[in-house]
Ligand binder design. Structure first.
Ligand SMILES: *Cc1c(COP(=O)(O)O)cnc(C)c1O
Length: 409
């Protein structure tokens, strides 16, 4: 930390150790060249393999965040590397004036993994935010001029449309007025949801199956089923944002299948590309033909390498789903036994560890011990590790957490 503070003040310490001198260099470089929207990065990472990454000083870390629920297969997985490089060598980018075999093959795979909904169709995009922008346009095509309902605590992205559905006022307010014209309902409050929907004019309700950015809060199944019934009754679309929970993260390919509901729209990104930027929108039934030619578009969406890698990732993830369920259940039970852990939330390998103390210093101490996690809210640590995490690395983290909680705070 001393290195960071000195670097921020611009006072280089020539007597510092070699590692610290290196750290000053990239921190200063970043501060002077990169827009400061993410604060100061914690590390400069240079290499990854499986569930491990290495920083510029050669230190090794167990990556329990996986690029925030992105690197489902870990780093440098041969299926990911092979699919990208083979497809790039055969046919790299083509515009969406054309299609390609990987694009069609991955669209088929997405529909198959969504249980082949009748009339279902897929669209490939570049990010979670763009997937939600697309869903927002679908909602407005469904009910022109309509308004949106989202949940308190929601996170749907940072582009202006997706941002209008994102709960945190500090993210939204500097950029008002918001396009989505959204109101927010407390998760679990069926009566409030019913009041919103019966007020009329609602084009869509956006929910996450588990609120990831809020701190890994699963939605109540009864609330989700009521949301499905009420949106149908009032002619609004139900959009399930599976950007964080999808692609096997919870031990199911799509987390909402646990609730036994069929949404109108599902949005995905993060894990589906295994680290390559890929997003997707699935329209179920009539929702799949809401957008007409010219109503949305992009340059990169579903280009051959993106689609090829996503297809390879999906096939690998299917085989890993039992492992995600088994390791997730066992590890969550172990973590719940750690002294000063007051609760463990989540499903599969999307895990929120609730502490009786501020989470940020604990996350910082764990980084010092070689474990990457994040303090997703003031008192919660989030784990979203690669599905290839070993039992030994999981157990080593549980021990490190036990010792860090014994001395920090
Ligand atoms: C990360 C996230 C997004 C935004 O995805 P980007 O790819 O960062 O645009 C949207 N919704 C949820 C639930 C997310 O976790």
């Amino acid at each position: 930390m001393a290195v960071t503070e000195k670097s921020a003040a611009g006072t280089a310490d020539p007597a510092g150790p070699a590692g610290a001198a290196g750290a000053r260099t990239w921190r200063e470089d970043y501060a002077g060249t990169y827009m400061g929207i993410f604060g100061s990065p914690q590390l400069e990472l240079v290499r990854g393999e499986g569930a491990h990454v290495w920083d510029e000083a050669g230190r090794k870390y167990v990556d329990l965040l996986a690029g925030i629920a992105v690197n489902a297969l870990g780093h440098a997985h041969p299926a990911v590397v092979g699919a990208v490089s083979e497809q790039f060598a055969r046919l790299g980018h083509v515009s969406n004036l054309f299609t390609s075999p990987p694009q069609l093959a991955f669209a088929h795979k997405l529909l198959e993994l969504a249980d082949n909904p009748e009339g279902g169709r897929a669209l490939l995009v570049n990010s979670g935010s763009e997937a939600n922008e697309t869903a927002l346009k679908m909602a407005l095509a469904h009910r022109p001029g309509g308004r949106m309902v989202a949940l308190e605590g929601s996170f749907h992205g940072r582009t202006l449309g997706a941002l209008s559905l994102t709960w945190k006022p500090a993210y939204r307010e500097p950029f008002a007025p918001m396009t989505g014209n959204a109101s927010f309902v407390a998760p679990g409050d069926v009566a409030a949801l019913e009041r919103e929907l019966s007020g009329g004019g609602v084009a869509a309700l956006f929910i996450e199956a588990i609120q990831g950015e809020a701190g890994v809060y699963p939605l109540d199944p009864g609330f989700v089923r009521a949301a499905r019934e009420l949106t149908t009754q009032h002619g609004a679309l139900l959009v399930v944002d599976e950007v964080q929970t999808g692609a096997g993260r919870t031990g199911e390919w799509l987390a909402h299948t646990r609730f036994g509901i069929t949404p109108d729209v599902v949005t995905m990104a993060k894990g589906i590309g295994g680290g390559f930027p890929v997003g997707a929108v699935i329209g179920y039934g009539a929702a799949s033909s809401l957008l007409q030619p010219g109503q949305h578009g992009n340059t990169f969406g579903g280009n051959p390498p993106a689609a090829a890698v996503a297809l390879a990732v999906a096939e690998e993830i299917e085989a890993l789903l039992p492992r995600v369920r088994e390791l997730g259940a066992r590890w969550r039970a172990e973590l719940a036994q750690v002294p000063r852990v007051v609760g463990v939330r989540g499903e599969g390998l999307l895990i929120g560890i609730e502490l009786d103390q501020p989470a940020a210093p604990v996350a910082a101490a764990l980084l010092g011990e070689g474990f990457i996690v994040n303090a997703v809210n003031p008192t919660t640590l989030r784990l979203a590790p690669p599905f290839v995490l070993s039992d030994d690395d999981a157990a080593a983290f549980t021990r490190a957490l036990t010792s860090v909680l014994g001395r920090v705070g």
